[in-house]
Design a protein around this ligand. Structure first.
Ligand code: UDP
Length: 328
């Protein structure tokens, strides 16, 4: 069975590709390398192309059985500044991919969604039935595509799983691949970099939140736990479970445990054995105080739970960062 992984040269897509291969699937990566990295795709067939390019997609889709769709712009702040870019790629481009997949006879689709679809929920932990009220164009683009999948499932029998990630972090234990973004805006790599002699100090976005230590609380989930959940989602679609109840499922992927920014800083200090230089800055606009998943549905429907904790996340990210800096 062959799977097309769009965004397969990106951070999460490249980890999912390896998890798929470990589970015996044939994998074809599809990436326009606008945000992806050729080195993350090493050892895999990589088709360079855009998800909006129907002609490019057609022959590739003809030889796969399912699609895992990761290719998307994913900076919340940028989506506020430049919504056009986000709706063009995450909605228009993604619909071209979806329609092309449908035309190619594909009926199984796994989608990278996000806890950003919930906006600023009042309750924590967040269950899937929480109203979806995104507060930025990035979240809105993810919500649109979830709705498209639901409509396509009713109308055309396309079966799909939308996986709503909380905070993905960490690196493959092999040290071969890990988090790469340009620019890097995420907490774990920035905290680790701030413990190195030449790295810039970490700016903590706000210490006056209504949380135990005043910094934001997030649910950090190891990228390989996410990757394993994608394999489970595909197996769920293959097994035809839930076929009668309509074919579009949405599931949170998180650990159910929250950690504050300061706890992540402490974990980074334990991993590196060095202090993380930091300053306290103002809150980042749009950051809710607490986002923690209720992961019960992932457990009951997909049989999946996160196996790795914050220490595993930070130590794997640190191993990757050290290897990466010595090899580049
Ligand atoms: N954060 C921070 N300083 C940074 C980057 C992030 O204090 O330089 C905080 C941010 O406010 C949030 C958490 O770390 O509470 C995780 O942010 P990140 O950008 O990694 O992921 P996001 O939650 O935006 O997806």
């Amino acid at each position: 069975m062959a799977i097309l992984v769009t965004g397969g040269a990106g951070y999460i897509g490249s980890h999912a590709a390896r998890a798929l291969r470990r589970s015996g699937y044939e994998v074809v990566l599809y990436d326009n390398l606008s945000a992806g990295f050729r080195r993350l795709a090493q050892g895999f067939e990589l088709v360079e192309g855009d998800i909006a390019d129907e002609a490019r997609l057609r022959p590739v889709l003809a030889r796969v059985d399912a699609v895992m769709h990761f290719a998307a712009h994913a900076y919340v702040g940028e989506s506020v500044e430049n919504p056009r870019k986000y709706f063009r790629n995450n909605v228009l481009g993604a619909l071209t991919l979806l329609n092309s997949a449908l035309d190619a006879g594909i009926r199984r689709f796994v989608f990278s969604s996000s806890c950003a679809v919930y906006g600023v929920p009042e309750q924590s932990p967040i269950a899937e039935r929480t109203p979806r009220e995104p507060v930025n164009p990035y979240g809105a683009s993810k919500l649109f595509f979830e709705n498209a999948l639901q409509a396509y499932s009713r109308a055309y029998g396309l079966r799909s799983v939308s996986l709503r990630y909380f905070n993905a972090a960490g690196a493959d234990e092999s040290g071969e691949i890990g988090e790469l973004h340009d620019p890097e805006t995420h907490l774990v790599p920035l905290a680790l970099a701030a413990s190195t002699p030449n790295g810039p100090a970490l700016r903590i976005y706000g210490s006056d939140y209504p949380t135990p230590d005043g910094t934001c609380v997030r649910d950090y989930i190891h990228v390989n736990d996410l990757a394993d959940a994608h394999v489970r989602a595909l197996q769920y679609l293959e097994n035809g479970v839930g076929e009668k109840s309509g074919g579009s499922l949405a599931v949170n992927l998180g650990t159910g445990r929250g950690h504050s920014v300061l706890e992540v800083v402490q974990a980074a200090e334990s991993a590196t054995g060095r202090p993380v230089r930091r300053t306290i800055g103002p809150q980042r606009p749009g950051d809710p105080p607490i986002l923690v998943a209720d992961p019960a549905k992932a457990q009951s429907v997909l049989g999946w739970t996160a196996k790795r904790n914050l220490a595993d996340i930070v130590s794997s990210a640190w191993a990757w960062m050290q290897k990466n800096s010595s090899s580049s």
